[in-house]
Ligand binder design. Structure first.
Ligand code: F0G
Length: 458
């Protein structure tokens, strides 16, 4: 087979910024060893997130010029509405300014004290919005999803037996919604199989519980189904997507991922009654139902992006480039989550820096080393992000110490990816020199965004 090439040519380019190792040592120190505090102009390859960082196509930019900025009844809204109706098969489409705005609206209506929202794995903002409403978020990930380095085709699946047991225990009346996250971001960007979605739907239906999909990366998930699930290899991506949404009563979406947009989102659903409540809340917090916190031009960019993302040449290149990076790391013996997920690679910092104990934040130390060595910015998903303190102020560590390097869509080429692999492998070879970190300042909530740290010199 020939090399899988980027399925685009480049019309407009943006500079990336080179710094020396000496400069980066100063920048890192001044940013208190927290990559969120580094200016983007001091980053060479920015893998902090795949959200809102996509390159838009010439068609999307053309759509931007055609955006209709009317307050009510914008032509761009009707384009947006009909596109999403066609893709999801759902009649009600509500625009929002991003994914978490959709979550806030949905859970302030269906959530509340004493309620449980069950999921394969809830993303942080989804969980936070559920908990803010007073409800409890429950993750029921399948067994194989719990082990980062053991390969399996659908590690994002929900544990269907656990779902049945949970509903029987808590009572269907206390579970207003089941949320399936595709692909499972917090679980390593791993896909969910069609069979799992179908089975979750059957269980939910038998109890009258609506099934919603967190659809941020629906096209990447559909491509994995085509590759890995029997019976789907001959189906087109739109056909797979159509079946996938046919099992859902609704979905929330961040258009910052699989719509190639820099901002935007939506809620889609079948129930007109729930939609009415959502629209009332939308007017309060986002805007009129035909723009929902977005400019008409954003609605156009999203409508066009949603069709482009289902192109098989694009998805083949997208999934392959993440796998290509993962494979280079596996060959060099670097501990990385397997198999490759859809949008990011996840380094296992506990194994990578086995000499750094968890209370010295090995994930954050690795993030710092990648920046220092190669100007690459990633994010820690470990005890800095999820750790808590017990009554003696000792750290209760997170289950895993991971570093996520998320790949923006259509932004970097194969040589950038090769460079990233080289840097990670070099850092791995020199790992013994990396020191742990101590927190010197932190916020009471979501501390990883602003925490200040310093290296532990022994
Ligand atoms: N759901 C999932 C699965 C996500 O990955 C995200 C965002 C959201 C919901 C919220 O969407 O950012 O538009 O409000 N994930 C980004 C990330 C931030 O870096 O993984 P949003």
């Amino acid at each position: 087979m020939k090399t899988i090439i980027e399925p685009f040519k480049i019309k407009s380019v943006e500079p990336i910024y080179f710094t020396t190792r000496e400069q980066r040592a100063i920048i890192l120190k001044e940013a208190h060893y927290n990559p969120f505090l580094i200016h983007a102009s001091e980053v060479l390859i920015d893998l902090l997130t795949d959200s809102g960082t996509s390159a838009m196509s010439s068609n999307q930019w053309a759509g931007i010029m055609q955006g209709d900025e009317s307050y009510a009844g914008s032509t761009s809204f009707f384009h947006f509405e009909s596109t999403i109706q066609e893709i999801t098969g759902m009649p009600v489409i509500i625009p929002t300014h991003q994914g978490r705005a959709s979550e806030k609206i949905l859970f302030s209506i269906v959530g509340g004290k004493g309620k449980y929202i069950v999921s394969n794995t809830l993303f942080d903002t989804t969980r936070a919005n559920i908990e803010f409403s007073g409800a409890t978020g429950v993750d029921l990930i399948c067994e194989e999803g719990k082990y980062p380095t053991i390969p399996a085709p659908f590690k994002g699946n929900m544990d269907i037996e656990a779902l049945k047991t949970f509903i029987a225990e808590k009572g269907a009346e206390n579970i207003p919604l089941c949320m399936m996250t595709i692909t499972n971001n917090s679980g390593g960007g791993q896909p969910v199989s069609m069979q799992n979605i179908r089975e979750a739907k059957a269980v939910c239906s038998s109890y009258g519980i609506p099934l919603f999909i967190d659809a941020c990366r629906f096209a990447e998930n559909a491509y994995f189904i085509k590759l890995r699930e029997s019976g789907y290899s001959e189906k087109s991506i739109p056909e797979i997507v159509c079946e996938l949404f046919s099992y859902a009563d609704g979905c929330t979406m961040s258009a910052k991922k699989d719509a190639f947009a820099n901002i935007g989102g939506f809620i889609a659903m079948h129930s007109e009654q729930l939609a009415q409540q959502c629209r009332n809340m939308l007017i309060l917090t986002e805007g009129f139902p035909t723009y929902g916190g977005l400019a008409g031009r954003d609605l156009e960019a999203i409508s066009i992006g949603l069709r482009e993302v289902m192109d098989e040449h694009y998805l083949q290149y997208r999934i392959r480039s993440v796998e290509y990076l993962t494979n280079q790391l596996i060959t060099a013996g670097v501990p990385v989550m397997q198999p490759a997920g859809g949008h990011a690679i996840y380094l296992d910092a506990k194994k990578f820096l086995a000499h750094i104990p968890v209370h010295q934040y090995p994930g954050q130390a690795l993030v710092g080393a990648l920046y220092l060595h190669g100007g690459i910015r990633g994010v820690e998903i470990g005890s800095l992000m999820f750790g808590k303190y017990n009554e003696q102020q000792q750290l209760i560590p997170a289950q895993q110490e991971l570093v996520r390097l998320a790949i923006p869509r259509r932004v970097y080429t194969q040589s950038h990816i090769d460079y990233v692999a080289e840097v990670i492998i070099e850092v791995y070879q020199e790992r013994a020199k990396i020191k742990g970190l101590r927190i010197v300042e932190e916020a009471p909530m979501l501390r990883h965004f602003t925490a200040k740290l310093t290296p532990i010199v022994s």
